[in-house]
Design a protein around this ligand. Sequence first.
Ligand SMILES: Nc1ncnc2c1ncn2[C@@H]1O[C@H](COP(=O)(O)OP(=O)(O)O)[C@@H](O)[C@H]1O
Ligand SMILES: [Mg+2]
Length: 170
Amino acid sequence: MQLVVMGVSGCGKSTVAALIASRTGCALAEGDDFHAASSIARMATGCPLDDTTRAPWLAAIAAWLTERAAGGECAVVSCSALTRAYRDVLRGAGPDVRMVHLAGPYELVAQRLAARRGHFMPPQLLTSQYAVLEPLGPDEPGITLNLDAPPDNLADEILRTFGLRPHCAG
Ligand SMILES: Nc1ncnc2c1ncn2[C@@H]1O[C@H](COP(=O)(O)OP(=O)(O)O)[C@@H](O)[C@H]1O
Ligand SMILES: [Mg+2]
């Protein structure tokens, strides 16, 4: 199974994806790492990406997922995957791609972003992220969780939902 931890900037994708990977031993990728330098520069100046500038980024993440799926590997990637069309691209990677949407109110996420340090994404882009966000449709395989829960609880719930087993060190 390949999991995409999705949602607006600051919802906790990277935190939760890393936790799932460390608990399960699944391969981990950080969606931000697939952006072109020009896209990161654009976002850092407060300008959102659009469908055109997101296309190569999504394709690169889908390619990573395709490799994991082809090898039958367990994998988890953080990726905002804000729209159904973007998620369709990611689901094209294989039959076992599942979405985990960390959802919650703007005010809470804005507080988190205001406190976060060392990330290129400026808090003012959050408004556009919510404007573009399409929650999971009932026909989209995956789950929606409240981003307000502690990361450990979110990871517990995700492992339970998808029947992922914690791996044993050593
Ligand atoms: N469940 C959570 N509860 C409280 N704070 C969180 C939670 N998840 C993440 N954070 C904090 O919120 C900020 C944004 O989390 P991050 O994982 O970077 O989000 P994203 O990858 O979605 O942009 C970070 O400072 C992180 O430590
Ligand atoms: Mg992140």
